[in-house]
Every structure is written in structure tokens, then in C-alpha cells.
Design a protein around this ligand. Sequence first.
Ligand SMILES: [Ca+2]
Length: 81
Amino acid sequence: MEHLLNDNLLKSFTQYALMEGSTSALSIGGLKNLLQNQFSQYLKDSFSLDNVIKSLDKNNDGSVSFDEFVMLIKKITGTGQ
Ligand SMILES: [Ca+2]
């Protein structure tokens, strides 16, 4: 599960980042699209995506790196601490 997840995460992240002309950063909007399209089963009604994304975007540049993205996915899927 873990290695499969990481492989798929990189593919998804890169695919969505490329739509925005980048290979290393994804906008908050792009991140939301990705999550809603591919991780909707983890997005519960009570899940506050905006808050999680804000806390994730450490340098406040409005985009997430792949590392930040992986941390978010682990958080919402419960596969990491
Ligand atoms: Ca950032």
C-alpha cells in the first residue's frame, strides 16, 4: 500500500502540476482539483480542506511542493504520522 501510494502520488502530482506549467509545484486550486478527483473517498464532510492546506503551505506562497503534498495525503489517508 505504502509504495503503491507514493508511486501514484508522484504521477498525480506531476500530472496536475504540468497542467499549470510546472513540474515541482502545484497551486492550491490545482491541489483541490486533484484531491476531489482522486481522493474524494478520503474527503469527509467534516474535513476542512482549506485549513489543512493552509497549515501545509509553510512558506505561504500559495502552492504546495511534492513533499508538502505527500504530507497532506498521509494525513488525510491516515497512512502516516
Ligand atoms: Ca508552499
